[in-house]
Design a protein around this ligand. Sequence first.
Ligand code: FA5
Length: 350
Amino acid sequence: MDDRILQLKEKMEKELSDVSDLAEMDRLRVAYLGKKGSITALLKGMKELAADQKKAFGADVNKLKELAMTKIEARTQELRKKQIELEIAAMPQFDISSPAPKELGSYHPITLVQRQCETIFKSMGFTVEDYPEVVTDYECFEAVNIPKHHPARDMQDTYYLENGQLLKSQTSAAQNAILRKYGPALKEKGVPIKAIFPGRCFRNEATDACHENTFFQMEGMMVDKNISISNLIYFMKTMLSEVFRKDIRVRLRPGFFPFVEPGFELDISCLICGGEGCPSCKHSGWLELCPCGMIHPNVLREGGIDPDEYTGFAFGLGLTRLAMMKYGIKDIRDLNSGSLKVLSQFTDDE
Ligand code: FA5
């Protein structure tokens, strides 16, 4: 082998074994194999050689070139691996066998009561439905017998989008969709409509200890032949006794909602003050919790159901207020506060 090739090979092997980082490695690759690299220069210099030397010289330089490519690639891989190992070593270390920290997160009190109500109603054959927070004027008002310019709209000012849609002010916005979804099974197979639909509601109103601009309701509906107020009262009583698991005082009084007839206000004796009167119940001793009533014929008709054949009840449980009463939370604003000091103290009692 020509001396020049041998010397270059030894030099290259030494440099490759000494190189310690990828940037230097790249420099070596160019120095040997680049357009102006040493091996390329040897190949270019062949034209100066005598014809009988060219073949052997050329073969040896090509062997050196192949060796250079293989060694450079192998060394590059080694250096990459080393670099990754260094990066991993520099990362914070986790001991996957160490026990979980004691401070686990907790469920929000509204989530707790919502899940509890869902379990109760599911056990009584109700399905749980989800519904969007952004709805149309038709869904929120017109479909539930509140035409444009009806005074009942004044009680439920909400937030409007530029495209005319709005943030739903009541879970009743889903009533029409539920009637249309389950109406066919009711009419064709006689399967009663039994659904609850929890959801976040929004109202453009001043806040105080028992009013928020963002709160949760849980709507419920049952429609079948011969559904009466007795059915409504039975389900309301069962729900409240399961949620509170103690005797609580409730009162039913007439209430007006355009989508029910007759309509009721179901109030619960304030559990914060024991009915004495406090800011949480606006000093009345009672808290409006779950308005309800028999579904208005116009609402059934709008949902594609014949009111002469079927009747039903609907209720709109104030989930946020239920959480306040159940967990003794005096001010509704604490529930949206994001304060872990307040929110992390409640647990599922089931
Ligand atoms: C309604 O929203 C009716 N859609 C309920 C209904 C459904 C009636 C089906 C009949 C049949 P109301 O505006 O009263 O009604 O609200 C229902 C419940 O939501 C109230 O009793 C209260 O518990 C809760 N609620 C209403 N506004 C607020 C608020 N700003 N902050 C917290 N809770 C509220």
